[in-house]
Design a protein around this ligand. Structure first.
Ligand code: FDA
Ligand code: NAP
Length: 449
């Protein structure tokens, strides 16, 4: 097949979670407002349908941000894709308001995301995993202006090949397991929790453990305590107890759109201050209501003299072995870091995530991408990786930019604004490149005359 026969888009998005969904909408709104008629786009998503951390859609889990930080409102408060527009379309706006709650359940927010994606579904291919990106063959390496992407279908078979002038990588967080622990049918990471849990016979789960002191760990502990009334539920906590997620108003300002500039253009000292003072807004912390709920349950059991919710504090998992149906877990327990082995029927590692890491996907293209002295990608303010000058395609990141753009990188708080900035950048650069081509074409025809 010749190069010309491949579908070519101005922008191809890799991954279709909330970040790239928000971008698809920003591009749609550009088109609808006639700001740019012909930015063509396609998004690839490896899941067979839209899903936002489906394995953590626990019945009572609520959002950790205001519903107003939806896909669009901070960029365009009059958008037809807002959470309020969704409530209106669902006939629930008055009831939602009566509830007087800024934090809907994750299940309701998931329904909103599904409703929004259905309106841009023409631009999405589900069951499609992008497996590689490289320069389109035939592209002049001195002025590389097209990328070629290979896409595998849901069975993993390679097949579709498309070309793009820009890519926006948004493949999400990467689950992190404790060292020495491999996942299997009884050792799960929180990101696969519901799927693995539903495969079990609950009657077989008489003693289960949840590792970690973050939101995922606390929610899963509460869920298992509800779901398995016959079982002991052990919380293995590295701290002395769960710490609260600071979402008080002054601290919350670090998630404001303006904080991105303060972080991006700030000094190393400024950036360090963001992390030193505000890491506890997001990492290894738990919402106040969940902490209080768990403590109350524990206290009630103590009063009744019937303890099945157990807390092992100051404890880290250091390894896991399979012993028949038992999962033997090595622990460093308590202030003396005493080493113990304990058997469980299932172990849930709610041990967090690594940031998005596109290096493998970028393959040979990585040599065009510049890195800082610590080996991290250098990223422009518009979320484009800084590349060698001959790379004319934009490689944008939605995620994996905590070191350049701050704490919102992996969160929903700023996706409306960020997507708008990326859409604007693509549209503006495209206009610049078209003008450049026109000038070159004119110069060429003048020479021929
Ligand atoms: P996300 O991970 O959602 O999407 C990435 C997508 O890319 C996935 O659908 C994946 O299948 C796809 N993909 C990966 N590789 C691919 C490839 N090669 N080809 C094609 N597709 C590929 N934040 C917040 O601000 N408020 C909140 O309430 C929450 N709640 C929350 C709950 C839970 C359980 C977790 C684990 C995390 C949160 N977060 C959060 C943080 C979370 O990162 C955020 O909500 C979004 O998921 C970020 O959206 P993205 O689209 O960037 O990634
Ligand atoms: P997290 O906040 O990174 O927490 C991971 C926890 O695991 C930390 O307490 C960590 O302790 C601990 N840990 C790691 N290795 C360990 C080991 N070997 N032994 C014992 N403990 C270990 O991860 P998360 O809870 O999954 O949260 C990730 C993101 O998802 C956050 O943004 C969170 O807000 C979000 N989230 C949101 C919801 C919701 O919206 N309702 C639900 C779940 C998650 P150390 O820090 O000491 O290593």
């Amino acid at each position: 097949m010749s190069n010309r026969e491949h579908e070519t888009y101005d922008v191809v998005g890799i991954g279709f979670g909330p970040s790239n969904l928000s971008l698809a909408i920003a591009l749609e709104e550009h088109r609808a407002h006639g700001l740019e008629n012909d930015v063509s786009s396609l998004f690839f998503e490896r899941q067979s349908s839209f899903g936002w951390h489906r394995n953590m859609l626990l019945p009572t889990a609520t959002m950790q941000i205001s519903f107003l930080k939806d896909l669009v409102t901070f960029r365009n408060p009059t958008s037809r894709f807002s959470f309020i527009a969704y409530l209106h379309a669902s006939g629930r706006l008055p009831q939602f308001v009566n509830n007087q709650d800024f934090f809907p359940t994750r299940q309701e927010f998931h329904q909103y995301l599904e409703w929004a994606q259905a309106q841009v579904a023409d631009h999405v291919a589900y069951g499609s995993e992008v497996t590689s990106i490289r320069l389109a063959p035939g592209t002049d390496p001195e002025s590389s202006d097209r990328l070629r992407l290979e896409v595998a279908d849901a069975t993993g078979r390679p097949g579709r090949v498309v070309e793009a002038r820009n890519v926006v990588i948004s493949t999400g967080l990467v689950p992190s397991m404790p060292e020495g622990a491999e996942r299997d049918e009884r050792v799960w990471h929180s990101s696969e929790f519901l799927e693995k849990y539903r495969r079990m016979n609950p009657g077989e789960l008489r003693r289960v453990a949840v590792v970690g002191a973050g939101q995922s760990a606390a929610e899963i502990t509460r869920f298992l305590h509800d779901e398995l009334p016959h079982a002991e539920v052990w919380a293995i906590i590295p701290s002395y107890g769960y710490s609260v997620a600071d979402d008080t108003p002054f601290a919350n300002q670090i998630f404001d759109p303006a904080a991105v500039d303060d972080y991006y253009f700030g000094t190393d000292q400024t950036r360090e201050a963001f992390w030193r003072y505000h890491r506890n807004t997001n990492y290894s912390v738990v919402d106040d209501d969940v902490i209080r709920d768990l403590y109350r349950r524990s206290y009630d059991e103590e009063v009744r003299g019937d303890r099945r919710l157990q807390f092992l504090n100051l404890t880290r998992v250091t390894g896991v072995k399979r012993a028949g149906a038992e999962t033997r877990v090595s622990l460093q327990v308590g202030p003396d870091a005493e080493v113990r082995e304990v058997d469980f029927d299932a172990l849930v590692c709610a041990t967090g995530y690594h940031g998005m890491e596109p290096t493998r996907l970028l393959g040979d293209l990585d040599r065009y991408c510049l890195r800082d002295e610590e080996g991290r990608y250098r990223v422009e303010r518009d979320y484009r990786i800084v590349t060698e000058p001959e790379m004319r395609c934009g490689i944008y990141l939605q995620g994996g930019t905590e070191h350049t753009h701050g704490l919102t990188s992996s969160l929903l708080s700023n996706i409306a604004v960020r997507s708008g900035e990326i859409a604007d950048s693509i549209v503006t650069r495209r206009a610049g490149q078209s003008a450049e081509h026109a000038v070159l074409a004119k110069a060429g025809s003048d020479v021929l005359r």
